[in-house]
Design a protein around this ligand. Sequence first.
Ligand code: GTP
Ligand code: MG
Length: 323
Amino acid sequence: MNFPDREPNSQIPDLTMVGTIPVAPAGYKSGFISIVGRPNVGKSTLMNYLVGQKIAIASPVPQTTRNLLRGVLTTPTAQLIFIDTPGIHKPHHQLGEVLVKNAQNAMRSTDAVLLVVDGSVESGGGDRFIVELLSQTKTPVILGLNKIDLCPENHRAEIANSYIEIAPPNRWQFVKFSAVTGEGLDALQQVLIDCLETGPYYYPPDLVTDQPERFIMGELIREQILLLTREEVPHSVAVIIDRVQEEPNITRVQATICVERDSQKGILIGKGGQMLKTIGTAAREQMQKLIAGKVHLELFVKVQLKWRQSRLKLSELGYRIEK
Ligand SMILES: Nc1nc2c(ncn2[C@@H]2O[C@H](COP(=O)(O)OP(=O)(O)OP(=O)(O)O)[C@@H](O)[C@H]2O)c(=O)[nH]1
Ligand SMILES: [Mg+2]
């Protein structure tokens, strides 16, 4: 399929991989929208809400998202393909560099960019940095003030102004919303559709993500570690799904949690194995929701010295620069 009026788009999937796709009606709109911003502003929570399913894990720990994740929203008038990206921050190791590179690549190669900021606090240096990265782009940018549920009414205008001041004058649209309560998200959806051009269904209308189930399973384990452990541990963890065995009434999953130090391994396992058990139980419940079936989960913990500093190990764990 060729659309001479559209710029080449590296995010367009190989359509032979996703089965039969109907022809979209005349005037149908579609396109790819990257969701970018500082860590912890609510990008993944927002994507999950918009597509109506938990594709991306979310947590109060900054740098939760480590991969580019696609979520698809198909409405009667448009198909929006969201690309959730890792939060843009100052990297301290190779992992951080890969995450930030991927986020930057994603915002260069989509039809629109949704820049999400924390609308419960005034703008800061991190936001200014991303605004600068985006200020030269010809791609439409929508500045989304999230978390307005946390912002007292009498501060909303002041906070909004702090973002309007740093954005290029009169070029970007502003939308306020909450990815938790859903307030303002219908308006956001309409603004995003208005930015898109006419185009085909890129994915079958009933597909919500092309992320493999195996990948999401690994993320659900990592999410529980982010929620249940502290300080350096959440950032030092990678999860490998070693084996998924589907039986008639149960799916058996074996996974390895990689950490960087023996002390972290000790924390993850906990006294008498209690922490690992808690992580396993919570992750299993989430996996059961994902596959709508029974799951047996077996977890192992392994030390992989300094994996976040090694390009080779990062690549083995699935963290590489995506073009
Ligand atoms: N009250 C409130 N909390 C929110 C909102 N959106 C997200 N959060 C919370 O903010 C935290 C961070 O959310 P994430 O969705 O993980 O943020 P992110 O931008 O994807 O973070 P990274 O992946 O680290 O870049 C979580 O605890 C969310 O529950 C919102 O609109 N209101
Ligand atoms: Mg995220």
